[in-house]
Write a protein that binds this ligand. Structure first.
Ligand SMILES: N[C@@H](CCC(=O)N[C@@H](CS)C(=O)NCC(=O)O)C(=O)O
Length: 216
């Protein structure tokens, strides 16, 4: 049965490359699973959207009868039974790192990103940068001597963690953290990431073209 990934029908320039359908696309490319893309309106959130995602956000998937939201839950569901989800104790460690990414790293990155890029509040961004830098340094220490978070292989935890590192990396926060920068680069130089990003960006280009046609 075809998997359907739902994202927004259009977003402005600045979040492109970071809308979270990207991390789902990346995983689907890694595991070689075909999918279709469906959209929900970004500007006027519909009742249908809210019925599937109580916070009216994306991404969502439909896998047969199952409709799922929350990118972490979607990644875990799709990784199940694939090479991205180890078994036994390593499975528990993978879940631990997925939750650490979502709960102990992403909130620090997100608060700082909102202050810096959305609110353009320099004072808040500066205040939030120190705790984020501390988390990043701690993450680098945890990765010391290892290529990946668990079991010496790329797992769904690495996919999620490295996706979260992209904005801090682009903003120069990994410039002094060579081990962490190399980890992020190792993950995002995987061909599956490149394919996912290309499709993600093509989606927004097609959305621009649709808007132009509609306006013309
Ligand atoms: N915890 C959610 C966050 C989802 C989220 O923030 N999605 C963004 C796009 S990446 C969104 O829908 N933003 C619009 C909004 O929050 O109204 C997840 O990981 O799926």
């Amino acid at each position: 049965m075809t998997l359907v990934l739902t994202t927004f029908d259009w977003v402005p320039e600045f979040p492109r490359g970071h809308v979270r359908d990207l991390r789902i696309r990346w995983l689907l490319e890694e595991i070689g699973r075909e999918y279709e893309v469906d959209t929900v309106p970004a500007v006027e959130r519909s009742a249908e959207h809210l019925a599937r995602q109580p916070f009216a956000q994306v991404p969502m998937i439909r896998d047969g009868e199952l409709s799922l939201f929350e990118s972490g839950a979607i990644l875990l569901h799709l990784a199940e039974g694939t090479e991205l989800m180890p078994e036994g104790q390593d499975r528990a460690l993978t879940l631990q790192w997925v939750i650490a990414a979502l709960n102990s790293v992403e909130p620090f990155a997100l608060q700082w990103e909102v202050a810096r890029f959305f609110d353009e509040d320099e004072a808040a961004a500066t205040r939030l940068e120190a705790p984020l830098r501390q988390r990043l340094a701690q993450l680098q220490a945890a990765l010391e001597g290892r290529d990946w978070l668990v079991a010496d292989r790329f797992t769904v935890a690495d996919l999620l963690m490295s996706d979260m590192l992209r904005i801090p990396a682009q903003a120069g926060l990994l410039d002094d953290l060579h081990g962490l920068a190399a980890y992020a680069e190792r993950a995002t130089s995987r061909p599956a990431f490149g394919r996912a990003m290309a499709d993600h960006m093509a989606h927004w280009q097609a959305a621009d073209a649709r808007q132009k046609d509609g306006a013309g």
